[in-house]
Design a protein around this ligand. Structure first.
Ligand code: 3PG
Ligand code: MG
Length: 378
């Protein structure tokens, strides 16, 4: 794979670049961008290309509703630089815009998913996208697990390169697959059945794997404990996972009762009407020395129900990792809710190692070492 920093500057000047970014970011109730993390990360390639005189045509998806517009993203990008929003994709408006765009200028086209050909990887739609530009640059790491027209279809039709974000993500996640010892991994979130293969591979690669979030409920359930009205996956961990000496589960939990009061207790003490919503202080005490000693830390998924406001133990982990990084460890952290929780914690982002923009893409890359969007750039 070639990255954009390997293209001679003379070849970028005046060249129309179709830049696939992942600007799929959450919006607030006013319909404006609520979290600029992916915009900040994606901007480095936009700036790199624009500064070298490329005509930058950004394409991205937002949400899963084809009616959603990238207009709020265009507004938010104005704090980074001048971006012209084009209310079309392969329409005559878009065609007109890409013929008049000047070197160094930046245009953002409308939501890719407004065209049904995008998610179907329709060859005709890919060809239409490809006809807008001279070269294709993919920087949408967070969407690289999707074999869509703007990701794999178009790459086959134009000279193709990876962007600076894809370069960083691939380098960091390659290292995370063979971590330096002593290593420590934390995996939260839900749906054990989708994460079972990754759990197995992390148990092979890491000295310890701590399971949190709703995945921990599956561990308690598999051990025959009462889990009350907690979220449970369709599949439960097998005995060889549970008995693996590298496998660690919470030793206490925060439960919410029907009256919405929260308290911490031992997992064995959960009552039938209680819901497990987070880990507890004893679990932090269990993993604190392992985080402190680790040279390499991987983390994806908050420890508790983020949307319910259960973030204090997630924040505690961010603080521990920040101290470990200060003492020379390296950390790689990802997942939308994890990053959002960290941003609210007050722990400075730049004290936490590498923050991945990938959620599903990060987990799939960790498991497979590649993704459809990465293969398409080879
Ligand atoms: C993400 O946020 O995970 C990516 O942007 C991909 O979005 P999707 O899950 O809707 O395909
Ligand atoms: Mg190729």
């Amino acid at each position: 794979m070639k990255y954009i920093d390997e293209i001679p500057a003379s070849e970028l000047r005046g060249t129309r670049v179709l830049l696939r970014s992942d600007f799929n970011v959450p919006l607030n109730t006013a319909g404006e961008v609520a979290d600029v993390f992916r915009l900040e990360r994606g901007w480095q390639s936009v700036r790199y290309l624009s500064e070298r005189g490329a005509k930058v045509i950004i394409i991205s998806h937002i949400g899963r509703d084809p009616q959603e517009s990238l207009q709020p993203i265009a507004r938010a990008l104005k704090t980074f630089g001048q971006v012209v929003f084009i209310p079309g994709l392969v329409s005559s408006v878009a065609r007109e815009a890409v013929t008049t765009i000047q070197p160094g200028e930046i245009a953002l086209l409308e939501n890719l998913r407004s065209n049904p050909g995008e998610t179907k990887n329709d060859p005709a739609f890919a060809a239409e996208l490809a006809s807008l530009a001279d070269i294709y640059v993919d920087d949408a790491f967070a969407a690289a697990h999707r074999a869509h027209a703007s990701i794999v279809g178009v790459a086959a039709l134009l000279p193709h390169y990876g962007g600076l974000l894809i370069r960083d993500e691939v380098r960091e996640l390659d290292a995370a697959r063979i971590p330096q010892a002593p290593s420590f991994a934390i995996l939260g979130g839900a749906k054990f059945e989708t994460k079972a293969p990754l759990i197995q591979s992390l148990l092979n690669a890491y000295d310890h794997l701590f399971i949190a979030g709703a995945l921990a409920n599956d561990v308690f359930k598999a051990k025959g404990m009462e889990v009350g009205v907690s979220l449970i996956s369709k599949e439960l961990p097998s005995p060889d996972v549970l008995n693996n000496p590298r496998f660690l589960a919470p030793v206490d939990v925060t439960v919410e009762r029907t009256d919405k009061q929260a308290r911490t207790k031992k997992p064995q003490e959960v009552a039938t009407d209680e819901k497990i919503v987070d880990i507890g202080p004893d679990s932090i005490a269990l993993i604190a020395p392992l985080i402190t000693q680790a040279k390499y830390i991987l983390w994806n998924g908050p420890t508790g129900l983020y949307e319910g406001g259960y973030v204090s133990w997630t924040h505690a982990i961010a603080e521990l990792i920040s101290k470990a990084v200060e003492n020379g460890a390296h950390a790689v952290i990802g997942g939308g809710d994890t990053i959002a929780a960290i941003q609210e914690s007050g722990v400075p982002e730049d004290s936490l190692g590498f923050l991945s923009t990938g959620g599903g893409a990060m987990l799939e890359y960790l498991l497979k070492g590649t993704l459809p969007g990465i293969e398409a750039l080879k």
